[in-house]
Design a protein around this ligand. Sequence first.
Ligand code: ADP
Ligand code: ADP
Length: 224
Amino acid sequence: PPLIELAGVEKSYRTGKLEYRALRGVDLSITRGEMVAVVGPSGSGKSTILNMITGIDRPTAGTVTFDGTRLDQLSEEELAVWRGANVGIVFQFFQLLPTLSALENAALPLDFLRRGSKHERFERARHNLEVVGLADKVENLPTELSGGEQQRVAIARSLAADPGLIVGDEPTGNLDTVTAAEMFRLLERLNDEGKTILFVTHDRELAARARRVVEIRDGRVVGD
Ligand code: ADP
Ligand code: ADP
């Protein structure tokens, strides 16, 4: 069975009297262990699809199923707990907390889930910072790190609860070409280790290297 299944997903946004149909019937099935790039023009609905899959937003119509769980039927509270345990999210602008060290940032999801003792959370975060190659920067604040290093912290943070799925919304969009390629290799390595990876990108070259490319246009899947 697929890990993620979107069936007939529609999403409309209402602004005043206008209704905008961001997703117009999306069917998408992703198997455990896949690495999928989502591409398409600005405004085509890529982020909206990620928001459906991470349960950050709900479909107007259709169903979203993750590993047998109907996300569109969960309450906000249930979704928050589900997301914390099952999905790691990486953003274009990293979204690290500026007053916390790399180690503290990487431990945040475990603090949220109240998983393990303080000591265990930090040990886990330290391990994940080693995995992303930042063992020597655990005490640094985000402002003391380069963009690529900040994204590594964000990836370590996404690994905190050992989720099966890592989702990236333009994870390399704010990085230079060389650093972006490094970040892509890191995602590939995590994929090799069994993580399902789904990311939105504008970078044609990186997309072409993903094992599967889903193309979105005007709220529909036009290529897969
Ligand atoms: P992409 O990620 O491909 O650039 P998005 O999924 O962010 O596109 O947006 C798809 C369309 O939905 C855009 O036209 C955008 O303006 C609209 N949209 C997205 N979020 C909202 C919102 N919260 N309210 C109103 N319109 C939105
Ligand atoms: P890049 O060359 O990738 O753009 P930077 O030139 O920003 O990276 O940083 C190079 C190195 O210096 C990085 O390893 C970073 O951790 C360190 N560094 C950058 N700014 C500071 C700072 N304000 N305090 C301590 N270390 C810093």
